[in-house]
Every structure is written in structure tokens, then in C-alpha cells.
Design a protein around this ligand. Structure first.
Ligand code: PLP
Length: 375
């Protein structure tokens, strides 16, 4: 490691919780306490029996409430996280041709999965520069539009809207957005995510909120006889989800932590509560950066600046990597930028579990470190 000067941030300036990573992200203590309280009757018990299935049912019902899902929408889940869901969608959501908005590391990955699939036509890929997002274009050949609600690698968020006149289904990667950004369920057919970001749990699971049109797509591809590996078969996932089960054994602790976070969100007012918290955190972070002589928001259009993942560029005189490593030495972790973006910046998660007050304290701690480096 390069030598970082030994800078001690005064304890009164430090955030109460030092976790600002974009996933796995901060887990609230109350979630862990709830897990420990249930441990002897829940952990180490069969996922095919009522105790665990009721917990999966809590997750499915809780998401239905949180997102105010219309009748006919279903909550699916399976193992493997979002990356596995891309493969499942490649087998089992795209009929023939998809259109992808590509504006960063994550949004480009699903496009690559489809492009490499021998049973599908080459996808239409609409790109834009990092720090911006493209817009989808209705096209009668397209049967699935692949959008990304929040591009976690760049800190760009986009409003989710069906392309006008589109007949295909709308599938949204909401891995970091879901639970922290507002969405209108009438604007999507499949809104999929994993629990280690806004839902403050662990990775390895995927969840998908599916409209009747998405369910019908799953049923019709299953009926078409297309070969699909069972692990990526969304019809198997659908049938298991309806029974509050997964195809193979899930991580029980992950489901429990997730259920607690969904319950916390719903008890405090649902998406209005969570998006209020993330909006307040984002206001604090971006207005600090705009006022700072050495920092500025990377995303130039304020409407595109994510409320859950903030990317802050530093002027050339300040080495952001050094700032991140000094923060880390003081217990404030995972503010490093997305590695492949290669910018002199910090990336800061503002998921609902993260207190806005801690974002303000983080800004103060960064000011302290930069001041100490200048002396
Ligand atoms: C984190 C992330 C992923 C990858 O999720 P995994 O569960 O690790 O596969 C995909 N898309 C977005 C937008 C993400 O933020």
C-alpha cells in the first residue's frame, strides 16, 4: 500500500456508522437483533417448512405493499443475484429481440448476455456517455426493453417510463434503485433487484416484480419448448415463488434481514419515507460538492443525479484515492470510486438505511482530511 499520512479525524466529526459502500451496504443493527432473536427457531431449519416459507411470504407481501403493486402483479425470487437473473432473462424473458440502454458497467452487462445468446437476434444497444443516460426508442421488432433505474457504476438515475407506443415488455434492472427511488409499477413489466443495496441485506438472491404481461411471457416461452437450464428457468422460479419457496436452498439469514428491512420501510411510510430519506441525503451531498472548492458532482445534469449513489469528482490537486484510504483508516469505508470508471472521484451510497446526518458528517470528515493533507 502507498503510505497515507496518519490523519486522525476527530471523533465528533465522524459519522455514527462508517459504511458508505454500494453493496454489500450498511445493515441496520435492528435487523441483526431481529435475526438473533429468531435464530434458534429459524436458522438451521428447512426452507420447505412453514417457518421459512412464512418469512418468504412476508418478503413477497411486503414488496407488494411497498411498491403498491396492482392486481395481477407477482413477486418472483430465486438464487444467484442480479447477475444470474440476466441469464434467466436471456433464456426466459426475451422472445427474439431486445433493446438495451447502455450507460455504464452494469447496464452493458445484460446487453452482452443477450448478444452472446445463440437463440436470440442481436440486441439493439443504445449507448450514451458515462455520466448521462440514453432514452429508449419504440420499435415494433423489440419484444423487451432493458432499462436500468440506477447505474451504480456512474451514479446516474433515470425515470422509469414505458417508451411511447412500445408493444414489448419493459424490464428494469433496479438492483441499487429498488426501495430507494420512486417507481410507478404501471411503467414496468419486470422490476428486478438483489437485496444487498437499498434493502440492506446480503447478496446471492434475486427478486423480480412481474406484471401479468411478464408472467404471460414466462408462460409462453416455457410452452414454446425452448431449452433452458433449470437454474435459469423462470417458469420453475414462478411455480416455486407462488409456494413461497425457491428452486434450491436459499440463504435464510439474507431472507430474514431483507424481511426486516421491508417491514421497517413499510411501517415508516413506505416509498414516500425511503425516497424522502434518500432525497435529503442527496441534497446534502450534492450541495456540499457544489459549494466545495475541490469537489463537484460528476453527473452534470441535476435531474440525472442519483439519490442512492453519489459520485463526486475531485480537482487534480486532491488525490481521491488517498482521501478514501485515510477515511478507511478512520473506519469510514468503501467510498472508493467504481474501479473501471477510472476517475479521480469518490462514490458514496445513500441507501435508505444510511442516515442523512451521517452523509453530512461524511462531508465534514472529507473537508477535514483535505484540510489536513494541505498542511
Ligand atoms: C450491484 C448491481 C448488479 C449486480 O448485482 P449482483 O447481485 O452482484 O449480481 C447489477 N446491476 C446493478 C444496477 C447493480 O447495482
Amino acid at each position: 500500500m502507498s503510505s497515507s499520512p496518519d490523519i486522525r479525524i476527530p471523533s465528533e466529526l465522524l459519522p455514527s456508522d462508517g459504511r458508505f459502500g454500494c453493496g454489500p451496504s450498511k445493515v441496520r443493527t435492528a435487523q441483526l437483533d431481529a435475526l438473533v432473536a429468531d435464530a434458534s427457531t429459524y436458522l438451521g431449519t428447512s426452507h420447505r417448512q412453514a417457518t421459512v416459507r412464512n418469512k418468504v411470504g412476508e418478503v413477497r407481501d411486503g414488496l407488494r405493499t411497498l411498491f403498491n403493486l396492482p392486481d395481477g402483479y407477482e413477486v418472483l425470487l430465486g438464487n444467484g443475484g442480479t447477475t444470474a437473473f440476466w441469464d434467466a432473462a436471456t433464456f426466459h424473458l426475451v422472445s427474439e429481440q431486445s433493446q438495451h440502454l447502455s450507460f455504464g458497467e452494469f447496464s452493458s452487462k445484460f446487453a452482452t448476455c443477450v448478444k452472446d445468446a445463440p437463440h436470440l437476434k442481436d440486441p439493439i444497444i443504445i449507448k450514451s456517455d458515462v455520466g448521462t443516460h440514453p432514452v429508449p426508442e419504440a420499435n415494433s421488432d423489440v419484444d423487451l426493453y432493458a432499462l436500468t433505474h440506477n447505474e451504480t457504476s456512474t451514479g446516474v438515475a433515470m425515470h422509469i417510463e414505458r417508451p411511447k407506443g412500445a408493444t414489448g415488455i419493459v424490464a428494469v434492472d433496479a438492483t441499487s434503485a429498488a426501495g430507494g427511488l420512486y417507481v410507478d409499477p404501471s411503467q414496468f413489466d419486470c422490476y428486478y433487484f438483489a437485496p444487498q443495496k437499498s434493502f440492506a441485506s446480503d447478496g446471492g438472491l434475486w427478486l423480480a416484480l412481474c406484471s401479468p404481461a411478464a408472467v404471460e411471457r414466462i408462460e409462453s416461452i416455457a410452452a414454446s419448448g425452448r431449452w433452458t437450464p433449470a437454474f435459469f428457468d423462470l417458469k420453475i422460479a414462478l411455480d416455486n415463488s407462488r409456494l413461497n419457496q425457491t428452486y434450491n436452498t436459499p440463504a435464510l439469514a439474507t431472507i430474514h434481514l431483507l424481511a426486516s428491512q421491508i417491514q421497517w420501510m413499510n411501517e415508516n411510510g413506505g416509498l414516500e419515507f425511503t425516497t424522502g430519506r434518500t432525497a435529503r441525503s442527496a441534497e446534502i451531498l450534492y450541495s456540499w460538492a457544489e459549494a466545495s472548492p475541490f469537489a463537484s458532482p460528476f453527473v452534470t445534469n441535476p435531474d440525472d443525479r442519483s439519490h442512492v449513489v453519489g459520485t463526486i469528482d475531485f480537482t487534480d490537486e486532491i488525490d481521491a484515492t488517498k482521501v478514501a484510504s485515510i477515511l478507511r483508516a478512520n473506519g469510514v469505508v468503501d467510498t472508493e470510486p467504481y474501479r473501471k470508471l477510472g476517475r479521480n472521484q469518490l462514490r458514496i451510497a445513500m441507501f435508505p438505511a444510511i442516515d442523512s446526518e451521517d452523509i453530512a458528517l461524511l462531508c465534514g470528515s472529507i473537508n477535514y482530511v483535505v484540510g489536513a493533507l494541505a498542511n
